[in-house]
Design a protein around this ligand. Structure first.
Ligand SMILES: *Cc1c(COP(=O)(O)O)cnc(C)c1O
Ligand code: SF4
Length: 443
């Protein structure tokens, strides 16, 4: 770092460091230039000293998973008890990251397997992940793409980006494009503008999303110039990642306000992290602060099985307990969907407390958040609409334009449909199928 930053112990005054430094402090490029990458710098700023042995272990850790934290984000650490601080735990290495377990994986979500071209993961029928940057202002210790972020060799070239755009252009099913990374807002304004322009020119792309942690780790990135660019795209959504209420500072509030004023719907995707936010009271405080700033809690992720994350993982029960403490207890739109991103590329699977206790032909038995058990009676007229996909002859009025192509129903929705012939979904390597080896009479 070029300048010494003296952080006061008073959390409220942390951003008011010295007037001279102040203008630079608010400049996001200054923050990036002064990104902290060394253990010694953290020691100096936070006023802590690690033993030589610990420092050696930390060095080995950052040799594998790099350390990078913005001065802004580090300034949020409570210097009275840095090592228990939720911000510190998210940005500072822990040597247990190197202790690998049998079940941890390089690419647990099969993001590389489900990749038709470099830089694109196409898993769901109508939307793609598009990796436009492989670097971040701060490297989260809990990052699921930990092996890739910060690796200069995997930074996408302009050719890669053009290939991705080309894939989207040639794939009419794609109506939703998620710019991801790394952090897309690490790109220079003009480059980001170019990508957004190219993607929004594609007629079948209805929605563009940006996933960025900048409002949390470097809120000064949300400059007026960036807003002028983002504002041009009427179909743009932004998702960010606040994990703890102490990350919601005056600066991040101002950044969120600018984005909201530009008309961009804001969502938040938290990661459930052991000893950081695995507590119903912390999560309730977080979601309240988010909605007060017009950010809709979208997902709460169970921590993935990526390498080096074991110490962050919680029991799934903790996530259910958190949802149990939110649903009914607070505003419905403050409750995120708790999901496990299924290892092997299954995608996000919602994990919910059970509200449906039982059912019969005529009734369902439900319980609410207070434990009150209720019944709901089915309609006496039990014959329901059957769908044969002959929309022209149906009483319901679905009027779709000719250019609105519809694709085949898949998965459980297919099994539920009245018009599909298939009555089972069968695993590919089902042993009894292999045994009977194509002899249909044996079914
Ligand atoms: C999360 C994710 C998406 C988007 O999922 P939504 O539930 O629509 O937010 C798309 N593709 C991949 C590969 C994902 O992991
Ligand atoms: S901002 Fe996102 S991609 Fe970057 S390190 Fe954090 S979790 Fe990983």
């Amino acid at each position: 770092m070029n300048e010494t930053i003296n952080l006061t112990k008073d959390r409220i005054n942390k951003e008011e460091i010295s007037n001279k430094l102040m203008t630079k402090w608010y400049d996001w490029k200054w923050q990036i230039k002064n990104t902290i990458r060394k253990v010694e710098t953290v020691e100096r700023i936070l006023g802590i000293t690690f033993s030589q042995e610990k420092k050696r272990a930390l060095q080995q850790t950052i040799d594998k998973f790099p350390l990078a934290v913005t001065p802004y984000y580090l300034s949020l650490v409570d210097t009275d008890d840095p090592e228990n601080d939720p911000v510190f735990k998210q940005c500072f290495p822990n040597s247990i990251e190197l202790k690998l377990t049998d079940w941890e994986m390089d690419d647990p979500l099969d993001e590389d397997t489900d990749s038709p071209v470099t830089g694109i993961t196409h898993r769901y029928p109508d939307r793609v992940l598009f990796y436009v940057s492989q670097i971040c202002a701060m490297y989260c210790r809990h990052c699921t793409r930990k092996r890739k972020v910060g690796d200069v060799e995997s930074i996408p070239s302009k050719d890669d980006i053009m290939q991705g755009i080309e894939y989207i252009r040639n794939t009419p099913q794609v109506r939703d494009v998620l710019l991801s990374g790394g952090d897309p807002l690490m790109l220079p304004d003009e480059y980001l503008d170019w990508i957004l322009t190219e993607v929004s020119k594609i007629p079948h792309v209805e929605v563009i999303r940006i996933g960025s942690r900048m409002p949390v780790v470097l809120p000064y990135r949300i400059t007026d110039n960036l807003i002028n660019i983002l504002e041009k795209y009427d179909n743009l959504w932004i998702n960010t990642q606040f994990n703890h209420p102490s990350e919601i500072t005056g600066s991040s509030r101002r950044a969120l306000k600018k984005l909201a004023k530009a008309g961009i719907p804001l969502g938040n995707q938290s990661v459930l992290l052991r000893d950081v936010n695995d507590c119903p009271r912390i999560m309730k405080s977080l979601v309240h602060k988010l909605v007060a700033n017009r950010v809709r809690p979208y997902y709460l992720y169970q921590c993935d099985l990526s390498e080096g994350l074991e110490h962050f993982r919680t029991n799934v029960g903790k996530g259910i307990e958190i949802i149990e403490n939110l649903r009914g207890h607070t505003s419905g739109f403050a409750v995120p969907t708790y999901v496990i991103d299924a290892p092997g590329g299954g995608g996000k699977i919602p994990i919910m407390p059970n509200y449906l206790l039982s059912w019969s032909t005529n009734k369902v038995v439900l319980r609410n958040y207070e434990g009150v058990i209720s019944t709901y009676k089915m309609p006496a007229y039990s014959e329901q609409n059957e769908c044969d996909l002959e929309c022209d002859k149906c009483n319901l009025q679905l009027k779709i334009a000719e250019n609105e192509i519809e694709y085949k129903t898949i998965g459980i929705a297919q099994l539920l449909s009245d018009y599909e012939e298939d009555i089972t979904l069968v695993p590919e390597n089902l042993e009894r199928k292999l045994r009977n080896n194509g002899d249909e009479n044996d079914e």
